[in-house]
Design a protein around this ligand. Structure first.
Ligand code: C2O
Ligand code: CU
Length: 501
């Protein structure tokens, strides 16, 4: 055992005071490498287990879910940029699990992808994740094992990393958006991974929740400034929130600062796994009421929640403090030397017909449906454990990935271990060159992203509509030499340009 290996003992055996007391499930957890932490880690425990929660509220019964610490969403982890955290995950589910720290630039061994970065955590076992947090922002954690069912049953929670110098607001709020497919008795329909969901827009449910409850009203005060951290934790549902007479400004995507701007058409569009931070001034009158609506799906618009104003204003004049967030120290891609790769997405149903444009491994529609290989990246539908890299990138080098969505559907595409600039859409440069870790592609859209491949290891690259992922829309991108993932875990030095720290 190397110095970095650490023995994690099941909590129950610790409680029993002796490892000879019967329950001695142990897991060899490789502690976050590169470790000589400046500060001791802040510790958290997250037990994943079945639970019952009041999702819909009276008179409906509680819903049987899977949850962290018996809560949906799981308890927030709120720390500071530069902190180190240690999260001990205990699996009391009837199946294997892992935890992925979505969007956080962790060392590969801490990324929580079963069979790729760690063995899955068996029922009864624990695993300790420990890593530094290089970036501030809004992130979340969720399983990466059988994700469609485990996330779909309620396993997810927010991870909030505060800036060293936060902006001035009256309330900093996290809004976790959830979506459920419930039966009449408020229980979760267990038709996970059915072929229809997989081949269309995924498991879009029938019950939307805000922080684990069907929302009704939300209390605000006139003159108040809110920071709203939206996290879309749904398997497949997209949201397009409109705030009536209010003027929300987007200040971050996926945790990373962006020039504050109003969303196009006043609509905040957020696909699965994406996060958007808003700053919004409560400009309504005391005692007033205003509706937030979701208009993503045409013909299925609905009232998301009502903002209800207190009769006493908080202040007469709006705050006049700056709202621009401090940027994270992400290495800037060198566009002159960046190597370009084309990545083509196809498959899925198209008005009753499979797309038959090239590169689907020569399969016909029936074969595809039958095999569960429904979505393809560069001609490959990856189902099961993906281990062979679709791309091998040099550590420290800049890359442009030209993503071509040749399907009739939206796809939020996520790259692990890195964030990237979204530099163009359909050939038109983006205005803010926003950093993201999950980019939403519209049907037939072409999106270019650019980044420095500076985090060594094998990283998942997949659609975050979890049924599309299960239907093949995933791959592995290797950064550096095989095995380098277990190495220092430190970001490698770019060939030129240097990491801005
Ligand atoms: Cu949020 Cu690969 O996942
Ligand atoms: Cu997709």
């Amino acid at each position: 055992m190397s110095a970095f290996d650490r023995l994690i003992i099941d909590r129950r055996s610790l409680l029993l005071g002796s490892t000879s007391a019967g329950i001695t499930a142990v897991t060899l957890a490789r502690a976050a490498p590169g470790a000589s932490p400046a500060a001791p880690a802040k510790s958290f425990l997250r037990t994943a287990a079945p639970a019952r929660v009041p999702l819909v509220g009276q008179p409906h019964p509680d819903t049987n879910v899977w949850a962290y610490e018996a809560l949906v969403p799981g308890p927030e982890i709120r720390v500071r940029r530069g902190d180190r955290i240690r999260v001990t995950v205990e699996n009391r589910l009837p199946e294997e699990t892992t935890v992925h720290w979505h969007g956080v630039r962790v060392p590969n061994a801490m990324d929580g992808v079963p069979h790729l970065t760690q063995p899955p955590i068996a029922p009864g076992e624990t695993f300790a994740y420990e890593f530094d947090l290089p970036d501030a922002g809004t992130y979340w954690y969720h399983p990466h094992q059988h994700s469609s069912a485990q996330v779909g049953r309620g396993l997810y929670g927010p991870l909030i990393i505060e800036e060293s110098h936060p902006i001035q607001v009256d309330r900093d709020l996290v809004w976790v958006l959830g979506d459920w497919r419930l039966l009449d008795d408020a229980q979760i329909s267990d038709d996970f991974d059915n072929r229809h969901d997989m081949a269309h827009n995924g498991r879009v449910g029938n019950t939307v929740t805000l922080n684990g409850k069907v929302p009704d009203t939300f209390s605000v005060r006139s003159g108040e400034r809110l920071r709203l951290r939206l996290i879309n934790a749904a398997n497949a549902r997209m949201f397009a929130l409109e705030f009536a007479e209010h003027r929300p400004l987007i200040v971050a995507y996926d945790g990373h600062a962006v020039t504050p701007h109003e969303p196009d058409g006043g609509r905040v569009v957020i696909g699965p796994a994406m996060r958007i931070d808003l700053v919004i001034d409560m400009t309504g009158k005391p005692g007033g009421r205003s509706m937030i609506t979701d208009r993503f799906y045409r013909g299925l618009e609905y009232r998301f929640v009502d903002l209800v104003y207190d009769t006493v204003p908080l202040r007469q004049r709006l705050l006049d403090a700056p709202i621009e967030l401090e940027p994270n120290a992400v290495p800037e891609p060198d566009m002159r030397s960046a190597e370009r790769h084309e990545v083509t997405f196809n498959g899925g149903m198209m008005g009753g017909m499979m797309s038959n444009r090239g590169g689907m491994g020569g399969m016909n529609m029936m074969e595809m449906m039958h095999s569960g290989k429904i979505w393809f990246i560069n001609g490959v539908a990856a189902t099961g454990h993906v281990l062979d890299p679709m791309l091998k990138l040099q550590c420290g080098r800049s890359y442009v990935l030209a993503l071509n969505n040749e399907t009739a559907w939206h796809h939020p595409i996520h790259l692990h271990g890195h964030c990237f600039r979204v530099i163009s859409r359909n050939g038109i440069p983006t205005r803010y060159r926003e950093w993201q870790d999950t980019v939403l592609m519209s049907p037939r859209e072409k999106v270019e992203i650019a980044f420095v491949a500076d985090n060594p290891g094998d990283w998942m690259f997949h659609c975050h509509i979890l049924e599309h992922q299960a239907g093949g829309m995933m791959g592995v991108i290797r950064v550096g030499e095989p095995g380098s993932s277990g190495g220092t875990g430190l970001f490698c030095k770019p060939g030129q340009g240097g990491i801005r720290l």
